[in-house]
Design a protein around this ligand. Structure first.
Ligand code: BDR
Ligand code: CA
Length: 311
């Protein structure tokens, strides 16, 4: 099994990513660390606990991390995810407690305690917790197996500004530090995730699953897809964050290149842009596997088989 820590700001698509991981025996989910992003931290940590409870996995510890970006004011995305961050389904107040340790300490301690190279970080929100852990404990950087993150965009450009994707835009300084850290990076940008669009059939399949998780996924998708319909004329909701877990399960579903990716932190119009050297014109060394396409049908087959195992 692969040991993973999911760093998240749920978020309907974060919720599906977490559920996909919990439904997959290939993973040992060591912990879920919440960060401020789609909504403030008090809601993202609460949502994370609601999700583990929904999955019947109260054994998975949830930690709260940073409540604001390293150097900027928090930008949130209620316009996409609703007021709670998880609009679409009303979930009960969770019984799982929030762990008494800060998420950043949990990340540092876990990477120090576990054998070097055995823990993968899966950030699917702004990179504040990860950058803070790396700042505070640079010794852990070399111990990370890899970082598989959802963030950025290049050919598909931005969803929060014309140039930037939300997760990177919210904390570009954190992203810049993580991309420069030297830890092996796998990046799932909008280029790939905008191909991961739900279909009506798939949503119906989820809704028809016995148990609580399938119908919740269906209702979240209904809520979440409204934004993309209005904005991009897309049919369906892009399942951004589940692409990270799907890549870990089946990397051959994705196509990309090892390239240099730099984060713009000082742009007049381009702050938070992931400057991806797709054509390798900069001479700068590759620091990321940048995934540009996904096999949509195979991805949704994987999602269906896995999510059907949930209670
Ligand atoms: C990313 O931003 C968030 O709103 C989603 O959860 C995803 O992580 C997409 O840009
Ligand atoms: Ca997210």
């Amino acid at each position: 099994t692969q040991k993973i820590i999911i760093d998240t700001d749920p978020g309907q698509d974060d919720a599906v990513a977490i559920l996909l991981a919990l439904a997959s025996p290939e993973f040992e989910v060591m912990g879920i660390t919440a960060v401020a992003g789609n909504v403030p931290l008090s809601l993202t940590e609460l949502n994370a606990r609601k999700i583990v409870e929904l999955a019947g996995r109260t054994d998975v510890p949830v930690f709260a991390g940073c409540d604001a970006p390293l150097a900027r004011k928090l930008v949130t995305a209620e316009h996409v995810h609703g007021k709670t961050g998880l609009d679409g389904v009303e979930l009960p107040q969770p019984s799982v407690p929030l762990q008494p340790i800060h998420a950043v300490d949990f990340i540092i301690d876990t990477l120090r305690e576990q054998p070097s190279g055995s823990v993968t970080l899966v950030p699917i929100g702004p990179l504040t917790n990860i950058a803070t852990a790396f700042r505070r404990a640079p010794d852990i950087i070399g111990r990370v197996a890899r970082i598989v993150l959802m963030g950025g965009a290049y050919f598909e450009v931005g969803n929060i500004t014309p140039a930037a994707e939300f997760n990177i835009y919210v904390d570009p300084e954190a992203a810049a530090e993580v991309f420069a850290s030297g830890a092996p990076l796998v990046v799932l940008p909008l280029d790939a995730t905008h191909e991961a669009l739900t279909s009506r059939d798939w949503v119906q399949t989820m809704r028809a699953l016995p148990g609580g998780c399938g119908p919740a996924i269906a209702s979240w998708t209904d809520f979440f897809e409204r934004f993309d319909k209005e904005k991009y004329g897309n049919q369906g909701a892009p399942l951004h964050d589940p692409c990270t877990i799907a890549w870990l399960l089946q990397p051959d579903l994705f196509e990309g290149r090892d390239i240099n990716v730099e984060i713009e932190t000082e742009g007049r119009f381009t702050t938070g842009m992931t400057v991806a050297d797709w054509w390798r014109v900069s001479g700068r060394p590759a620091n990321a596997l940048f995934l540009r396409h996904v096999n949509r049908d195979a991805l949704f087959d994987l999602l269906t088989t896995r999510l059907a195992r949930l209670p």
